[in-house]
Ligand binder design. Structure first.
Ligand code: ADP
Ligand code: ASP
Ligand code: MG
Length: 450
């Protein structure tokens, strides 16, 4: 059999029946597509997260549940209220109501994941029915039977070896004449308990399934025709990039380009699977191909922006034993599985920002009170908020003369809080005040990328 294609559709692409119809057209246009991975319909995961946090009173819960039901009912109505799927959706909505009530009495991470996973379970049921109505032999697959994770609810880690075996056993025999529709974002631990991979994780799910099935390509269908030179919502002159390398695209995703979940390119890179990003609404507009290497390797490729950054500065309490200080601090962060993003140090203090990769699905803060208390035993902890991280992405940036002066000359009106440059040839990052971030991104784009 020729290598298959895995196609993933995001929340806006499956927001309603008309959007789902566009997705069906895209799926049917590529005969290599054998696996379809879906997000929850737009807005659904946010509603479920609110319910999982358990802070609403009964009336507040009812209001959120009504919004959820409206989204599902509108799609069911367009499909003509098919009996079997209507029953499945209503059963799921009943389960959500029960779990939301439980969450209001007692929140726990396992319950939150079971609740938050419902969005993908419903969108895939509805899309499978839509395809069947168009005469397609579509098979609904519960991804929890094939996506094996550990039990870290909210941000589970995938067991790649177990997932590969399960995918090959379960999906292998179906691939010939069936189109498989399954959920992104969710998985299950070895006890069968539902887990989630972190917000925006459906892109990553698609890449993991592609890796497990030795796919030849991955398509990420979203609401923009490709990866742009910066977020098109931020800069009107941003333009799509026809071709970009894995490394550059991974840097963009890591530093805030929401169009791809930051982990998506890891499986693609491991197996050298090209990834296409395009718009499900306008597939004819083309999009971006992400590959191992590209012909063009511009010095400046793109600007990414990540808001709501927290800068933590730790001052050692014991100036005379500064040599063990960094090891101690990083030991505490590692025990809490917090990874550090940017870092600058002096002999007795260290400033760092935290990695938001696949932030907890249930909205838990990365830096909990427990971590702060542990750090507080070793150092004075200062936490600054209201910052944004700007990353300039490109090639050979640490080797070319004058890069820093070119970038910072543009920004001489602004206060730059922290700079990281030189560790990677593909990025230069710095922190700025959140309120100035839009202007800075626009200015950089205009000077270096327009
Ligand atoms: P989906 O629901 O399909 O996963 P997302 O909302 O997660 O879609 O990602 C698509 C959005 O990412 C776009 O609407 C765009 O605003 C944003 N985005 C941020 N940076 C970029 C970029 N460099 N190129 C394209 N889109 C970007
Ligand atoms: N539905 C999930 C979210 O909103 C996963 C995804 O869309 O990728 O985070
Ligand atoms: Mg997304």
């Amino acid at each position: 059999m020729n290598p298959i294609n895995v196609a993933k559709f995001g929340g806006t692409s499956v927001a309603n029946a008309a959007a789902m119809d566009n997705c069906a057209n895209v799926v049917l246009a590529n005969p290599a597509t054998r696996i379809v991975v879906l997000s929850a319909s737009a807005g659904v995961t946010n509603l479920l997260v609110t319910l999982a946090q358990g802070e609403l009173d009964a009336a507040g819960r009812d209001a959120e549940l009504a919004k959820l039901a409206d989204i599902q009912h509108a799609i069911l109505a367009s499909l003509g209220h098919p009996a079997e799927v209507s029953d499945q959706i209503h059963a799921q909505l009943d389960d959500i109501r029960t779990m939301a009530q439980q969450a209001s009495q007692h929140t726990d991470a396992e319950l939150a994941d079971r609740l938050i996973a419902s969005g993908e379970l419903m969108s895939t049921r509805l899309f499978t029915e839509l395809l069947r109505q168009r005469g397609v032999n579509a098979h609904w697959q519960d991804v929890r039977q094939i996506m094996r994770t550990d039990s870290r609810f909210g941000k589970a880690t995938v067991d790649i070896v177990a997932t590969r075996t399960l995918c090959q056993q379960t999906l292998g025999p179906l691939l010939g004449d069936t189109l498989i529709i399954t959920q992104g974002f969710i998985g299950a631990d070895s006890d069968g308990r539902t887990t989630t991979l972190g917000r925006g994780g459906s892109d990553y799910s698609a890449a993991l399934l592609a890796e497990a099935l030795d796919a030849g390509s991955i398509e990420i269908w979203t609401d923009v025709p490709g990866i742009y030179t910066t977020d098109p919502r931020l800069v009107s002159s941003a333009r799509p990039i026809p071709e970009i390398s894995f490394v550059e695209a991974a840097e963009m995703a890591t530093f805030g380009a929401k169009v791809l979940h930051p982990a998506t390119l890891q499986p693609a890179l491991r197996q050298n699977i090209p990834v296409f990003v395009g718009s499900s609404k306008a597939p004819a507009e083309g999009g971006t191909w992400i590959r191992a290497s590209t012909e063009s390797r511009p010095l400046f490729r793109a600007v990414a922006l990540r808001r709501q950054q927290v800068l933590v500065t730790l001052h050692s309490l014991n100036m005379f034993h500064a040599y063990g200080f960094l090891a101690e601090v990083f030991g505490i962060l590692a025990r809490h599985r917090i990874s550090v993003d940017l870092i600058t140090t002096s002999e007795v203090s260290v400033s760092l920002t935290l990695d938001h990769t696949g932030s907890q699905s249930n909205g838990e803060p990365i830096l909990s009170d427990k971590v702060l208390a542990e750090l507080g035993q070793w150092c004075k902890v200062e936490v600054e908020t209201g910052l944004a991280l700007v990353a300039l992405i490109g090639n050979r940036m640490s080797e070319v003369n004058g890069v820093a002066s070119q970038v910072f000359a543009t920004l001489n009106q602004h206060n730059i809080r922290m700079i990281c440059y030189g560790a990677s040839a593909h990025n230069l990052c710095f922190l700025v005040n959140e309120g100035e971030a839009n202007e800075i991104v626009n200015r950089l784009h205009q000077t270096l990328l327009d």
